[in-house]
Design a protein around this ligand. Structure first.
Ligand code: GDP
Ligand code: IMO
Ligand code: MG
Length: 434
């Protein structure tokens, strides 16, 4: 059986958590392969009594909410151990079984000094700041690439751990005290903090790449769930206004140890409009009441930091780009219901850069920074669409909107989100039956 990747096609918060949850019942493993607790996935699960339970996940893969699924934190993830256990405890207190969770021995840990450095870096950058989540993500990935990172397996050999922390702090303390004028960290305090998690962590740690490949050999289904998104990817995103990991389908392979040939399907999650949190270019951004309409109707406030999300119209240029970079086989178009009530809906089909039309992403990022959207205007609808389950249930104009964005976006729209709940979706093509 195949491995399937779920990736974000825009700047994050497209509804990856809901999509993962939707597929949860049909898969054996759900793997988080990149990022850390910068992610925030909201999943709404219907209860037998008709009410809804809402979960906000940051570090754990959304598949943890489906009984019987083995959730895996892959080697490409950076782990804040305090957050990991807080999240596990929080779920256990709500009756969610987390005992199947497996953690890669090769994943890196977010040490205290990197959390601190993330915050002071941002302050230091001033107007050039990235608007990070302040969780230590960038400095931890920088250490990984710089080969001074601390890995999960280091926690089980105090001598090695101490040597590595000593090495890292030699550099970090210079930075903190001499450049940023902050207090440094002692080796003892950092080592003690990390070791305090080792005993509880030990039974979860394994060679997750081996586990997953053996699962695939046996015919099991592996779902790889991205944090962040294509335009936040460190290589393919709007650098430097990106996160520090590979959030695209290539990253699903390196971040899990599953080879590319085993990846059978790539599901791109794309919102029916666009949002972004933090700094950086955003051609279709709306600073007027239309932006406010999307923010209010879509509850566009960050799951992780609570920041209001920047909102704008659907951008088919970036959807096409994401389809290409990731090899998207199916899109899930989320939050179509949020557009209900608009008389007409602009869709960006190309950019105008200093009088020159760009049908694809400009090569030069400076051009993207002042790209003006070229809009096509589609007629809106006013009917409540949250009860729609097949395409024919949608008003004609909503169907036409879906069809047009499909034509423009480079892959078929297989599922349409019409509400936050697990079953509030229009299924056009069954995602797991190809
Ligand atoms: P993620 O980071 O990609 O998992 O997305 P987030 O969870 O941060 O943000 C998506 C938000 O939209 C969540 O609050 C979801 O419950 C909600 N959501 C997902 N799909 C739909 C949809 O089709 N309609 C509506 N109204 N909300 C949705
Ligand atoms: P999910 O998985 C939206 C953004 C931050 C900032 C930039 C770098 O919920 O889609 P970082 O802390 O990663 O170094 O911040 O990336 N960012 C996200 N934006 N959704 C996310 O995750 C994000 N994770 C990071 O706002 O602009
Ligand atoms: Mg999110």
């Amino acid at each position: 059986m195949p491995a399937i990747a779920i990736i974000g096609a825009q700047w994050g918060d497209e509804g990856k958590g809901k999509a993962t949850d939707l597929l949860g019942g049909d898969v054996d493993y759900v793997v988080k392969f990149n990022g850390g607790n910068n992610a925030g996935h909201t999943v709404v699960i219907p209860q037998p009594d008709g009410s809804n339970e809402k979960y906000a996940l940051h570090l754990l893969p959304s598949g943890i909410l489906t009984p019987g699924v083995t959730p895996v934190i892959g080697n490409g993830v950076v782990i804040d151990l305090q957050v990991l256990f807080e999240e596990i405890d929080g779920l256990n207190a709500r009756g969610v079984d987390t005992s199947l969770l497996r953690v890669s021995a090769n994943a890196h840990v977010i040490a205290d000094y990197n959390r601190q450095l993330d915050k002071v870096n941002e302050r230091f950058l001033g107007s050039r700041k990235i608007g990070t989540t302040g969780r230590g993500i960038g400095p931890t990935y920088a250490d990984k690439i710089n080969r001074i990172g601390i890995r999960i397996q280091d926690l089980f050999d105090e001598k090695i751990l101490r040597a590595k922390v000593e090495g890292a702090l030699e550099l970090k303390n210079q930075l903190l005290t001499k450049v940023y004028n902050r207090r440094g960290f002692t080796v003892d305090a950092v080592v003690e903090d990390l070791l305090s998690y080792a005993e509880r962590l030990a039974p979860m740690v394994c060679d997750t790449a081996l586990l997953l490949n053996q699962g695939l050999d046996k015919g099991e289904v592996v779902l790889l769930e991205a944090g962040q998104a294509t335009l936040l990817d460190v290589d393919h995103g709007t650098y430097p206004f990106v996160t520090s990991s590979s959030a695209t389908s290539g990253g699903a392979c390196t971040g899990s140890g599953i080879p590319p040939m085993r990846l059978d399907q790539v599901i791109g999650i794309v919102k029916a409009y666009t949002t972004r949190v933090g700094e950086g270019p955003f051609p279709t951004e709306l600073l007027d009441e239309s932006g406010e309409f999307l923010r209010e109707n879509g509850f566009e406030f960050g799951t992780t930091t609570g920041r209001p999300r920047r909102c704008g119209w659907y951008d088919a240029v970036i959807a096409r780009y994401a389809a290409r970079i990731n090899g998207v086989t199916d899109f899930v178009l989320t939050k179509l219901d949020v557009l209900t009530g608009l008389e007409q809906i602009p869709v960006c089909v190309a950019y105008d850069v200093d009088g020159v039309r760009h049908d694809e992403m400009p090569v030069n990022q400076s051009d993207f920074h002042h790209a003006e959207p070229v809009y096509e205007y589609l007629p809106g609808w006013s009917e409540d669409i949250s009860g729609a389950r097949i395409l024919a249930d949608l008003p004609a104009n909503a169907q036409a909107y879906v069809r047009r964005v499909e034509e423009l976006s480079g892959a078929r729209m297989s599922v349409i989100g019409v509400g936050p709940g697990r079953h509030e979706s229009v299924v056009v093509h069954d995602l797991l039956k190809r």
